[in-house]
Design a protein around this ligand. Structure first.
Ligand SMILES: [Zn+2]
Length: 366
């Protein structure tokens, strides 16, 4: 059966002169449009681990692995292409074949974080507002003064009540300022911020609350389970799924646990893809965008941390696949892209232009 919705092929984005290079940005005059968009953010996952698989200097260090022999069995292969598939099989066997992966700095394809701090709140701020804000220096729960693309979209009639956020980290409502804009959000263990409730959510949340230790980050599997229910039952046009346990594991110096979480994220991505494929309302008209809010140390001892003093904190990456997105695979162009370009890219994928606060131009996906 043909999909009910017929996609507009391209969102035309006009710059003065229509240049491909606008200042420091590589951009495009047009972006392939989809009806729906799912954005998955993986907090603090290094491009090195995504593009090169497990790092032998960390994998063989007993300080960072419970059992280095087991870690090697699970994640090591001397061939780079095979090694990264061990860690993220869906990403490399499907997403990188059907879509695009940006950020392999070994190929000169840089995906940069624009803010000065290399931590999460500033990262998510630029991702969703389209520009960095030098005044946002910490991860404290301050209501963000900057307007974001999600709330912009939700003011448009066709997206009204069709934008939702599920995030493990309990700071997301502040970053997106749900108090100001009423965006539907289900984040962390703080039920007061949940704009989303149903019997099944409540059961999931109570399951989460039975966990012994409550950190700022909810169990990612619960976050995804809730988001998946919502995707299947509420027909959102824009769904954000923010996952964050890998970052916590990295801060604790547990490389084996960090890798296990990344593998879990790959499973989630695979399950999301199958869920979309199985639903006639989503199949062939939904784009998936995958990215991170910051990098982390590139050294064998600095990988645990990220901040303005740690080299590597400003190195991100992204992946995308969906209707009309050219299957370029691993992008080998020697160019720089920026995390702050995602806000306008998000709008353009949905056939809109984000016109608040002079956001950075969209990424070139053609
Ligand atoms: Zn962190």
């Amino acid at each position: 059966m043909k999909p009910v919705w017929t996609p507009i092929l391209l969102c035309v984005f006009l710059f003065a002169g229509g240049n491909r290079i606008k200042g420091k940005y590589s951009t495009s005059e047009s972006t392939p449009v989809a009806k729906n968009l799912v954005i998955i953010t993986l907090d603090g996952i290094r491009w090195q681990d995504v593009f090169k698989g497990a790092d032998s200097s960390i994998l063989n260090d007993p300080d960072y692995n419970d059992d280095t022999a087991i870690s090697k069995l699970l994640y090591w292969n001397s061939d780079l292409a095979e090694r990264r598939k061990l860690l993220m099989p869906f990403l490399w066997k499907v997403m990188a074949k059907k879509g695009q992966m940006m950020g392999n700095r070994d190929l000169g394809n840089n995906f940069n974080i624009s803010n000065f701090y290399g931590i999460s709140y500033p990262g998510y701020n630029e991702m969703f507002t389209g520009h960095s804000d030098a005044g946002i220096r910490s991860n404290k729960k301050h209501w963000n003064r900057n307007l974001n693309v999600l709330e912009y979209l939700s003011t448009l009639s066709e997206f009204n009540n069709k934008v939702a956020v599920f995030a493990s980290w309990d700071v997301f409502p502040y970053i997106l300022n749900t108090k100001r804009n009423g965006l539907k959000a289900n984040c962390g263990y703080d039920s007061s911020n949940n704009g989303l409730t149903s019997d099944r959510f409540t059961k999931l949340q109570s399951l989460a609350l039975q966990e012994e230790e409550h950190t700022a980050t909810r169990d990612d599997r619960l976050t995804y389970a809730a988001a998946k229910i919502y995707l299947k039952t509420a027909s959102p046009r824009v769904l954000v799924i923010g996952l964050g346990e890998a970052d916590e594991m990295a801060h604790q110096g547990k490389y084996d646990q960090y890798l296990m979480r990344i593998k879990e994220y790959d499973n989630i991505l695979s399950d999301l893809w199958l869920t979309i494929r199985a639903d006639p309302a989503l199949r062939d008209n939904t784009t998936i965008l995958l990215t991170t809010d910051h990098g982390r140390g590139s050294g064998s001892k600095t990988w645990t941390d990220h901040n303005m003093l740690v080299k590597g904190s400003f190195q991100g990456w992204m992946g995308i696949m969906g209707p009309g997105i050219p299957a370029l695979g691993e992008v080998k162009l020697d160019i720089d892209n920026y995390l702050e370009q995602l806000a306008q890219t998000i709008a353009c994928i949905l056939g809109k232009k984000f016109e608040i606060g002079d956001p950075a131009p969209p990424l070139a996906l053609q």
